[in-house]
Every structure is written in C-alpha cells, then in structure tokens.
Design a protein around this ligand. Structure first.
Ligand SMILES: C[S@@+](CC[C@H](N)C(=O)[O-])C[C@H]1O[C@@H](n2cnc3c(N)ncnc32)[C@H](O)[C@@H]1O
Length: 196
C-alpha cells in the first residue's frame, strides 16, 4: 500500500471537491483523445469515481468504463452508489494498477493523480500501455507540488507543502512527478499525439 492520503469515506468526499475543480479540464483532454459514444475505457486509481461517471456519460450504453482502485473501502462505497444510480456501463473493481492483466482491451486509459503515489510508476505505465488497444490513448495528469505558491508567503502553507512531499516520498512516491510525466511516458515508447 503506497497511498499516503486518507481513503474511504473521507477520501471520497475530498476527491469529490477535487473533481468539481478539475473534471472539466480532464474531460477536455479526454475528448481530444477521442472519448466518444462506444468507447471502452479504464479509469486507473479512480478514487471516488467522479471522472468514471463523467467518462461513462459520454461513452453511453454502447461503451463501458472499468474503474480500479486499491482502496477496498472506496470501491465498496462506489459500488453502493452505482447500485443506487442504476448506471449500467460502469464496473468498479478493487485492484492494484500493478495487477492489471488485460491486453489490447481499452480505447482510452485515464490515470489522474495516480502515478505520483507509486513506487514503481514505470511498471504501472507498462501495464496500462499493454492494456491499450493499438492506437489507444493513455491520458494522465499529475502533481508538481512545489509549483504551489502562496502570496503573501505563509509559514503554515510552506510547512504543508514540505510535509506532503516528505510523506509521499516516505511512501515511495514523488510529489514532483507531474513535470516528469513526459520523460516517463515517452521512455515507454508512447508518442505524444496532443503535441503532434
Ligand atoms: C489522488 S487520488 C485520485 C483519484 C482519482 N483519479 C481522481 O482524480 O479523482 C489517487 C487514487 O489512487 C489510488 N491508488 C494509489 N495507489 C494505487 C495503486 N497502486 N493501484 C490502484 N490504485 C491506487 C488511491 O487509493 C486513490 O484513490
């Protein structure tokens, strides 16, 4: 287990706020990557599933979004919610990203704020790349924690940045991973179709 932030119910509530701030930007990237009706997608490290639902709405009844997370409690809560909402094109699974076994299965794989928490992001990337259909897209976003700033400066804020980065590092992750995404992804043989 390498996740440093509280999961379960508290995690789900926190990630719902994060989703309100971030989802429209993430969805834009997914639409550019070709998310459409009928798409078969994976949301890796789905947390509370806010992006899972957003993707499933676009994928529609002919598409499907599989969503995995290693937090058993958050997946239980997501499944409870899914049963109430009666959404049929989503499947939540309790699973480590490292244990993905699918090959050439997905049109799009989305992983937001997952890789920075991992001690072996290269393995996770290779598993996700194998799970993509030929020509499929891996869309990923991550943090660059030292890029946060507060003006005027504030000691408590600086301490928060320092402690978060240290806690993530202690758990094997890297709070600066966002700026390193490019080298990690293209080291794994992917091509950037957003830039070309
Ligand atoms: C910062 S949250 C992001 C959640 C979601 N992607 C979002 O943007 O709302 C990171 C999620 O990754 C999950 N996670 C961490 N390590 C994982 C692993 N090795 N395999 C699967 N999920 C993992 C955590 O349990 C957590 O729910």
């Amino acid at each position: 287990m390498s996740y440093v932030i509280q999961g379960g119910q508290e995690g789900k509530a926190r990630l719902s706020i994060l989703g309100q701030a971030m989802n429209s930007y993430s969805l834009n990237a997914l639409l550019k990557a070709g998310l459409k009706q009928g798409s078969k997608c994976l949301d890796a490290g789905c947390g509370g599933g806010t992006m899972t639902y957003a993707m499933a709405e676009i994928a529609g009844p002919d598409g499907f979004v599989t969503a995995i997370d290693h937090d058993a409690e958050i997946i239980r809560l997501n499944n409870e919610e899914l049963a109430l909402l009666k959404v049929c094109n989503i499947g939540f699974r309790h699973e480590e990203v490292y244990d993905l076994t699918e090959t050439e299965e997905y049109d799009i794989i989305f992983a937001r704020f997952l890789l920075s928490h991992l001690s072996n992001p290269a393995l996770a990337i290779s598993k996700m790349v194998s799970a993509l259909k030929p020509g499929g897209w891996l869309v990923t976003e991550d943090v660059h924690f030292s890029g946060h700033f507060c003006y005027p400066s504030n000691g408590a804020f600086d301490t928060y940045l320092e402690w978060y980065a240290r806690a993530v590092k202690y758990n094997g992750g890297d709070a600066e991973f966002g700026v390193k995404l490019y080298e990690h992804l293209f080291g794994s043989g992917l091509v950037c179709r957003m830039c070309n």
